[in-house]
Ligand binder design. Sequence first.
Ligand SMILES: Nc1ncnc2c1ncn2[C@@H]1O[C@H](COP(=O)(O)OP(=O)(O)OP(=O)(O)O)[C@@H](O)[C@H]1O
Ligand SMILES: [Mg+2]
Length: 403
Amino acid sequence: MATAQPIVQYLDVNKVYRGGNVAVEHINLTIERGDFVCLIGTSGSGKTTTMRMINRMLEPTGGQILFNGEDIHKKDPVKLRRQIGYVIQNIGLMPHMTLYENITLVPKLLKWPEAKRRAKAESLIKMVELPVDYLDRYPAELSGGQQQRIGVIRALAADQDLILMDEPFGALDPITRESLQELVKSLQEKLGKTVVFVTHDMDEALKLATKIVVMDGGHIIQNATPAELLQHPANQFVRDLIGEERLIQARADVTTVGAIMLKNPAVITPGKSLPEAIALMRKRRVDTLLVVDDNGYLKGFIDVESLTHQYQKSTAVADIMQTKLFYVQETALLRDSVDRILKRGLKYVPVVDADNKLRGIVTRASLVDMVYDTIWGGDNDNGESGNPAPVDQEPAEGGGVNE
Ligand SMILES: Nc1ncnc2c1ncn2[C@@H]1O[C@H](COP(=O)(O)OP(=O)(O)OP(=O)(O)O)[C@@H](O)[C@H]1O
Ligand SMILES: [Mg+2]
C-alpha cells in the first residue's frame, strides 16, 4: 500500500428513521487503520446507529461511507459484513451450535477448508485461555464471561481487519469485564486490528481508546485522544460526561508547578544585615526568608532559628544562610513533584526557572489543600493548618538538594 488509507470514512452522513426521527446528522469521521475508537454518549445519542451503518446493517439516508476508500453503498452487504467482525451486547452466540461452529461461522461462509478452520478455532480459544475441548460445548454450558470471550474471538476468526463492538461488556461483573477489556486491547494491539467500540462507560473508553468520539443528540461533539479529551473538553456536556473527579486528576497530570506556585515569596539579598532580616520577617509575618542575589538567583535560605542562635556572632545574611535546599523547576509537572514534596515533609519548596532564578514557591499547605481535598477527596489527617500564606509557617528543612 502506497499511502495509508483510512479504513473508514464518514462523509456528512445522516440517518433519519421512518417517521422522521433524526438519529444522527452531519457525521464526519475518519477512522484510521489500527485505531481503537470508542463512541461514547448518553442513551439515544446515535452511537449504535453510527456503528451499524459501517457494515450496512443500517443504510444512511444521506452522505457517504467509505470502507478502505470504497463507497460501501456499492458493495454487496453480505460480502461487506464478512469483512467486518461484529460483537454485540447479548453475545449473539447461536445456542444450537457448538462453540467450534459458532467461532467458524464466517470462515465457513468464506469457504475455508476444514483444517484451516479447525486450526484457527484452536488458536483463538487458547488466546482467551479456555480449554480446547470446550470447542465441542454449547454456549449454554459456559458462564456469561466465557461466552463473551467466545463472542470476541468469533469476531476475529475470519481475520477481519475491522471489528465493531456494541457495549460488549455491559452486562458483566467488574472483574470479568476488566479481564475482557485487557484481552480485547491486547488482541487489538497484537493483531493490528481496528476496533470501533460503543460504550457508556468513560473509564472503559479512557482505558481502551486511541480516539474517543463523544456523541450527543445525533451529533459528534468531540473527537479526540483520551489525553486531549481530558485536557481540553469541548464543552460542558463533555466535561459532565468525563466527570469532575477525572478532570481534576487529569489536571495534576498536565499542570506544571509554575502554574500553581505563589509568586511573591519573602526574599532577601545576601548583603543585608540581620536586623534588616528580622524586620522583614516581622513585616511579612514569616519565619524563613529565601536568599536571592541581585540578579534573582536562588542562593539559600535563612530561618528565624539560626538567626537567634547566631545573631551575636554574625553580621550579614550571607554569613548565616543555609545553602542546601530542595527546589523544583517551574516546568516540572505537579504529578511528578507532589509526591516528592509531600514525602520530604517540606513546608514549602522554592520554584526556579531553568537558570536557577527564583520564580515563586509552592507551599505544602496549598498542595495539601489541592491534593487531598480535591484530588483524593479530603483524607487530610495530618493536621496541617491549610494556611496558604507564602512561607508563613515553619522553615524548609535543610539538607535536601535538588534531584
Ligand atoms: N429502528 C428505529 N426506528 C426509529 N428510531 C430509532 C430506531 N433505532 C433507533 N432510533 C432512534 O434513533 C436515535 C439513536 O438511537 P441509537 O440506538 O443509535 O442510540 P444509542 O446512542 O446507541 O443509544 P443507547 O446508548 O441507548 O444504546 C434514538 O433517538 C432512537 O430512539
Ligand atoms: Mg446503542
